[in-house]
Design a protein around this ligand. Structure first.
Ligand code: PMP
Ligand code: GLU
Length: 398
């Protein structure tokens, strides 16, 4: 243990994955746990995508190492997607396909950050940002948005957090964990701050692009002056219910794309060949199944919002996208059911797991120790039962 590197010892375990593991363990022991912890679609990958993977296997042409940045036809299709749907000028030279958007983000961070650099994360932020930044020997700097502003940090707050060492700004919109979506004006305001601070690169994580109930999806990279400094991250995990296939991708200025290719040439040699063929079918195919999934998430959002509203001491906004609620449960801090005392969100997530048999993720992992994250990518039946259990468990705290 003591021989492990400082790097790995300073790295936190992924809280989303850790909680999912706990829930799975309990389930395997026969405990009736409802898992609202891991953010992954509860739908199956659409048929036409599965067929493409089967065909690729039967074809027999995809068993060798694929090109490190991804197959050319897939990169072309992704470039067209970015041009058409995201208003980014795009050629395959801007595209790198990786083993999930998580790896895409790691490639970019490791390619751009030097020791001592600072990376601003709009907070609440997705768990892995801070840890990947630390792996790159840089310093994560959260810029915290308030619940009253749908958890969205303002351009003014970002401006105040910038120092001579700031190299990166990263955020997700629609956001994991809050579901918030930055509107055009807000993105323009952020771009305005970036225009005054030309040393900063923007990583725009748009993996929940198609789960947006607020209207049009806007990529900050498409705003004037931003394309040369923006890395747009996306993937098939959420839009096409393909978390296990592990395909993510970036649109980046060519020199950054080249660096990421060099990085991944040493790390993975590229993403799984068969999964890339499936991703090609996803990107070029019908968005009908994606839209149907988004409609179902919308129905569930209404249902969960109404159920959450009925629980005293739970403060939540109405998320505009993704499939998470991020309620503030700090009213319960200092309370106990006689056995377990709740002093913070981690205590609350353990209490809910033990007493309500519902797994959620502590907000601490996302930079908000007063909140917990609930994923509503679960059946309506499970969601109703989970919210009932949470309400009953919270009523026992005094
Ligand atoms: N960014 C965000 C905001 C996420 O929630 C996730 C989790 N799916 C990822 C990136 C990584 O996605 P994947 O590696 O599955 O493509
Ligand atoms: N992105 C999902 C989440 O936040 C999946 C878990 C992970 O990739 O960390 O729960």
């Amino acid at each position: 243990m003591n021989d492990l590197s400082n790097r790995i010892r300073n790295l936190s375990e992924s809280a989303t994955i850790a909680m999912a593991v706990k829930a799975r363990e309990l389930k395997s022991q026969g405990v009736d746990v409802i898992s609202l912890s891991l953010g992954e679609p509860d739908f199956k990958t659409p048929d036409h995508i599965r067929e493409a993977a089967k065909q690729a296997i039967d074809d027999g042409s995809y068993f060798s190492y694929p090109p490190v940045p991804g197959y050319m036809d897939l990169r072309e299709a992704i470039a067209q997607k970015f041009s058409k749907e995201n208003n980014l000028e795009s050629t395959p030279a801007n595209i790198v396909v990786s083993s999930g958007a998580k790896q895409s983000i790691a490639n970019v961070m490791l390619s751009l950050l030097n020791p001592g650099d600072e990376a601003l994360m709009l907070s609440p932020y997705w768990v892995s940002y801070s840890e990947i930044i630390k792996l790159a020997d840089a310093t994560p700097v959260p810029v915290k948005g308030e619940l009253s502003n749908d958890f969205k940090a303002t351009a003014g707050q970002i401006e105040q957090a910038i120092t001579g060492k700031t190299k990166i700004l990263i955020f997700s919109s629609p956001c994991n964990p809050t579901g918030s979506v930055f509107n055009k004006q807000e993105l323009e305001d952020i771009a305005g701050v970036m225009a005054k601070n030309t040393q900063i690169y923007i990583i725009s994580d748009e993996i929940y692009e198609h789960i947006n109930f607020a209207g049009e999806h806007i990529s900050i990279g498409s705003l004037p002056g931003m394309q040369d400094r923006t890395i747009t991250v996306n993937g098939v995990s959420k839009s096409f219910a393909m978390t296990g296939w592990r395909i993510g991708f970036i649109h980046a200025p060519e020199w950054i794309a080249k660096a990421c290719i060099k990085m991944q040439g040493q790390f993975t040699s590229g993403a799984c060949s068969i999964a890339q063929r499936a991703a090609l079918a996803a990107i070029t195919g019908d968005l009908g199944p994606t839209r149907a999934m988004a409609c179902e998430y919308l129905e569930r959002r209404e249902m969960v919002y109404n159920l959450l509203k009925e629980i005293p001491g739970v403060k939540s906004n109405m998320p505009d996208g993704a499939f998470y609620f991020f309620p503030d449960i700090s009213d319960y801090f200092g309370k106990s059911d006689g056995e377990m005392r709740i002093n913070n969100a981690s205590d609350m997530s353990m209490y809910l797991l033990e007493k309500a048999k519902v797994s959620v993720v502590t907000g601490e992992a996302f930079g908000s120790p007063e909140c917990i994250r609930l994923s509503y990518a679960a059946s309506r039946e499970d969601l109703k039962e989970a919210l009932k259990r949470i309400k009953e468990a919270l009523a026992k705290l005094s």
